[in-house]
Design a protein around this ligand. Sequence first.
Ligand code: PMT
Length: 401
Amino acid sequence: MKNLNNKKIIIGITGGIASYKVCELIRLLIKTGADVRVILTPNAREFVTETTLSTLTKNQVFCEQFYPAEWKPEHISLADDADLLLIAPASANTIGKIANGICDNLLTSVATAFSKQVILAPAMNCNMWDNPFVQQNIKKLEQHGYQIIMPESGNLACGYEGVGRLADVQVIFDFIIKNFEKKKILSGKKILITAGGTKEPIDPVRYIGNRSSGKMGIAIADAAYEYGADVSLISTVDANKPYFVFKVNTAIEMYESVKKHFCNTDVLIMAAAVADFRPVDFYKNKIKKENKDMLVVELVKNPDILKEMAAIKKSRQIIVGFCAESKNVTGYALKKLDEKNLDFIVANDISLTDSGFNSDFNEIIIINKTKQQHRLARKTKQELGYLILQDIFDIKDCGND
Ligand code: PMT
């Protein structure tokens, strides 16, 4: 995964000559889509400038612990927002403060308030690195879940030779990428997912369609792939992905494709919005409006893909449907769960604003066969992708490697 889209990373820079190398690291992270915020300690300002860092990150650089205009203390809002905190170079001074709960500047305060992953890449003189108190602090941090990217051996800026040089920028970059990779908890599982709205053609120009963008189904497919599953996506929207994508347009094409791949599948998740009806006739030429006050397009029912797959499924196979409703959402979802003989149904209320159809967000209720409900408040579809899979596979521990 060399894609850090939507990942918010704080880089804390402390006072050390290696801080200039972090500019290149920031460039690599930005290139992979990360949103990078930089915090400078007072000593770091002696080595790198705010102008360089704000130009590279296209974000404000943070140095002061207190900004009078903000109601929420800066160290709390920064810590709440980010997915990862990297401190590079981490000086002996900052390492010592964090290991002992000292919060005397913005970076040490953010580090103390940070509840997600913290990575430190120390850099200092080799004698400082060997100092027993520094080593004790490093051990203490490791014992409490902080990750350390060990310094390298070589010529140091201070003229000494030994261990203390900041790890290579590429090593730090790869470490961060690996940190975001998910545990491959679904490796060996074959998951078939549908996404997008079907298009039922009337003539060469027109079709009956719906507002599904495919985002929800694709987010689940991405999450399944990140979890190591063998993923096949049947989609009405183009998607350039590292897993199999089968492009379809109509409900019948989706039906044929699902039928073809289903027997080989452990789990089928149908997030697509499939048209219930299609025009009986396809007009080979464009329908002209001349001499017509009315046009009747006769429709015929499409196969219910989910229901048909549920009827032929083997006991080891799991079938998950979606349910888009604007009222009595849980009631209709429960009805569909029973009628279609599903293992799970994911209900979304499409009357909510900026949620469901064609939004980056959704708010869902996952209902299992025994009618247990798990309500998930508004989240990005990416986050929900992982959470839906965790429910289906009853995954409790889903932390990163
Ligand atoms: O694509 P997005 O813009 O991200 O939006 C996501 C979504 C709102 C489309 C998605 O979250 C969703 O709710 N998908 C199902 C929408 C829907 O058509 O629901 P339904 O109640 O009509 O169908 C119920 C289930 O039966 C669905 O899993 C559907 O795929 C399936 N179905 C429906 C008709 C049919 N002929 N065959 C089917 O298999």
